[in-house]
Design a binder for this molecule. Structure first.
Ligand code: SF4
Ligand code: SF4
Length: 213
């Protein structure tokens, strides 16, 4: 049988809760108590540090990540679906730059928007200068170029992207065949080796340079 009036202790706690606020916070946190170090709560991207390589998508066991190229807008989308995520931390652990994804102390994932569970960042794509296919995200090429140091000169895709980014070269097309030459012979030409190329076009240019027609 329920007591007709609240007990004095319960009444005191109710008044204290009204004055001081609830003791518990959202999720599992306690008010005023920091989460344990290493706790795996909500995940955030760092747009500046992500190179859009897609390694985090490959290691995700829950298909909670996606990399989608949109060539017509020249962008690569990197998406994290929070509602599919199991917060295992694999993507954080194996992120190529080791700094582009992190767990935050935020636990609350509630959202009133049906699309509110996805985080997305976007990066610029670089295209093949012969076939116009996607080569790689620009930030990925720049990241590798900086890692390569002096060896960057061994790879035209890397040094052309780097030099253009630095403003040293607007475009580098020495001895480019004229449009008329292109129309009579679509190539590839030897001078095409000094262009940004996809692997297929690079192979065709190299084979032609080594073996001729
Ligand atoms: S924490 Fe785990 S499940 Fe969530 S996105 Fe990263 S790898 Fe996928
Ligand atoms: S840099 Fe890290 S977060 Fe960005 S796509 Fe690569 S693995 Fe994923």
């Amino acid at each position: 049988m329920r007591p007709r009036f609240p007990k004095l202790r319960e009444l005191g706690e109710a008044i204290r809760a009204i004055v001081q606020g609830p003791f518990t916070g959202k999720g599992t946190s306690l008010r005023g108590v920091s989460p344990f170090p290493g706790v795996r709560y909500k995940i955030e991207f760092d747009q500046d540090k992500c190179i859009f390589c897609g390694a985090c998508v490959r290691v995700c066991p829950a298909n909670a990540r996606a990399i989608i190229d949109v060539p017509e807008m020249a962008i690569r989308r990197n998406i994290h679906y929070q509602d599919s995520c199991i917060y295992c931390g694999q993507c954080v652990r194996y992120c190529t730059t080791q700094d582009a994804i992190r767990h935050t102390p935020v636990f609350d994932l509630a959202s009133l928007r049906s699309d509110g569970f996805a985080n997305e960042i976007q990066g610029e794509l670089v295209f093949c200068e012969i076939c116009a296919g996607v080569v790689a995200p620009k930030k990925q090429l720049l990241w590798i170029a900086h890692k390569a140091g002096a060896l960057v000169s061994a790879n035209p895709n890397l040094y052309l992207t780097l030099y253009r980014e630095l403003g040293i070269l607007e475009t580098l097309r020495p001895c480019s065949p004229s449009l008329t030459e292109r129309q009579s012979h679509p190539g590839p030409f030897r001078s095409d080796s000094l262009r940004i190329l996809c692997p297929d076009c690079r192979r065709r240019v190299s084979l032609r340079e080594s073996w001729g027609e």
